[in-house]
Design a protein around this ligand. Structure first.
Ligand code: ADP
Ligand code: MG
Length: 508
């Protein structure tokens, strides 16, 4: 007999003019695996914050183990067995694995002296419960994202979790790590611990959960057994529209007009002998796995990590890029992979973020910033990129992840660069927004902007690029013409490189 663990009824949550959740009800049984999906901004994180007591709902009730909670505090939620694993994992990087796992327990016990053997035993037990083996004495800062995540899960189990919630846990994981995580989640369910897995990745939805709930615009659109769902249905229910890929209108590059060229570009420990041309109206993809030199190349082209040697030619003239200033003053724009760290001033308003790169052009004759001009321009880009916000004077931090990503794009588009380098422009972005960003990229190329798209998202490359360069260990090893390749082929090539690496690691 299945026993109910948690039930929410009629949950509504508003933020100013935005209804983040609109009368949402659902329940989860002990040991059940639930996947919560929806596009960015659909209300997933808000729901989790309500279940964990971080937000109080405007309307609705929460029941855990049959006990009713009107207002629930974070502590009450933890005491009821709810544990959330946040994307930053809330670990201490300069403490060891053992210390991190045992930390809560140490604090609660209030012991003045620490018995390190006990700490280790306790931590070992935590890792054993999820069948993983991570050196207890290692510093957390030296671990991979996947291992940190496992440590956070161990901590949650040791805190007597009945329900473990993971908000978009696979964003930074490799495919093998995702598989390992799925196995851990499965084991948790076997032990009677329920899990809520939040995702916007369609392929994950079917693999992981027994049941799927789809949110769209704060409303529950679907709640059903995952095995009965196909990807097309999920995609349709998430976005409310059918996404048709057969009708993609690619940009048509002019191959007699090179707008940007890189020759014999080198950066020690980064990349070697990199040469390529970017044609007018072209979207050029550069792909490769983590460590292929792809990110270093992007950073060098933008002056953030100047190359050791090589030549860059922009519109027929040789230019030097030794700093970000060199790059921007030559008309080169860059959308970074880590938008939060590099792309935005989160405490600043949305409008100010959009205007950041072109502030000089918005000054009037007296040298004062023309506020109206700024608002008009920002408003235009908010509209064009469909940034979801009540108004542009709110801080950038109020936007959901996908909307922050659109904001970074807006900032660079307002700057109107000649060449725009995009590094993983849709990492963490849902299908609907993704398709919109891809449309935009192709349209910008059609309008004449040269675009270099760095990504390891094969469908993304296939949906936007004219040509794709594959990097491996710092070198460009192959060039693909989109029309004469396909997703499977590219995927195989990309992973073939990975296999070499694994074999090499085993030999070493
Ligand atoms: P998801 O996690 O599905 O991407 P969120 O729950 O983060 O979505 O956001 C749902 C909606 O609520 C979005 O429109 C977002 O902008 C808004 N929102 C979320 N948190 C806040 C907040 N603290 N202040 C204002 N608006 C917010
Ligand atoms: Mg979220």
């Amino acid at each position: 007999m299945e026993e109910e663990l948690l039930r929410v009824e009629g949950i509504t949550k508003r933020f100013g003019g935005v209804t983040a959740l609109d009368d949402v009800s659902f329940s989860i049984n002990k040991g059940e695996s639930l996947t919560l999906v929806g596009q960015n901004g659909s209300g997933k994180s808000t729901m989790i914050k309500i279940i964990s007591g971080v937000y109080t709902p405007d309307e609705g009730d929460i029941y855990i183990d049959g006990k009713h909670y009107g207002k629930m505090s974070p502590l009450q939620s933890i005491q009821a067995g709810i544990q959330v694993i946040y994307q930053d994992f809330s670990l201490f990087p300069n403490l060891t694995v053992a210390e991190n796992i045992a930390l809560n327990d140490l604090i609660i016990s209030g012991a003045k002296t620490v018995n390190w053997n006990e700490v280790k035993d306790f931590a070992r037990e935590g890792l054993r419960k999820i069948n993983v083996d991570i050196p207890l004495a290692a510093l957390v800062q030296d671990l991979s994202t996947a291992d940190r995540q496992l440590i956070a899960i161990s901590k949650a189990i040791l805190a007597d979790a009945k329900l473990i919630i993971m908000d978009e846990p696979t964003t930074a994981l490799t495919q093998n790590e995702v598989k390992a995580l799925f196995k851990v989640i499965h084991d948790l369910n076997q032990q009677g611990i329920a899990t809520i897995f939040v995702s916007h990745k369609l392929t994950e939805v079917r693999e992981i959960g027994e049941r799927t709930i789809i949110l769209r615009n704060g409303q529950k659109i679907l709640d059903q057994d995952a095995t009965e769902l196909d990807i097309k249905t999920i995609e349709y229910q998430m976005t409310g529209r059918h996404i048709d890929r057969s009708s993609i209108q690619y940009s048509e590059p002019k191959e007699d007009e090179v707008i940007f060229e890189v020759k014999d570009f080198n950066l020690s420990h980064g990349f070697f002998d990199v040469s390529f041309k970017l044609y007018k109206n072209e979207v050029l993809g550069i792909t490769g796995l983590l460590g292929s030199g792809r990110t270093e190349l992007a950073l060098s082209l933008f002056g953030q990590k100047p190359a050791d040697s090589g030549t860059i030619i922009l519109e027929g003239k040789e230019i030097k890029i030794n700093s970000i200033f060199d790059a921007t003053s030559n008309g080169i724009g860059f959308v970074p992979e880590d938008r939060l760290k590099e792309g935005l001033f989160l405490p600043q308003t949305i409008n100010n973020n959009i205007a950041a790169k072109i502030i000089d052009s918005l000054k009037n004759k007296l040298g004062f910033l023309d506020q109206k001009k700024k608002m008009d321009l920002a408003g235009e880009w908010i509209e064009r990129l469909d940034v979801k916000t009540p108004h542009g004077e709110l801080p950038a931090s109020s936007l959901s992840g996908g909307n922050q990503q659109r904001l970074v794009l807006a900032k660079w588009l307002a700057f109107n660069p000649k060449v725009l380098i995009l590094n993983g422009p849709t990492v963490g972005v849902d299908v609907g927004s993704k398709a919109a960003i891809h449309d935009l990229i192709r349209n910008l190329a059609k309008e004449g902007m040269g675009i270099i798209l760095m990504s390891d998202d094969i469908p993304e490359l296939m949906h936007t690029c004219n040509r794709i360069l594959l990097m491996h260990r710092g070198r460009i090893v192959e060039e693909f013409d989109r029309e004469s390749t396909n997703e499977d082929d590219l995927n195989t090539k990309l992973i073939a490189d990975d296999r070499d690496e694994n074999q090499k690691r085993q030999v070493e």
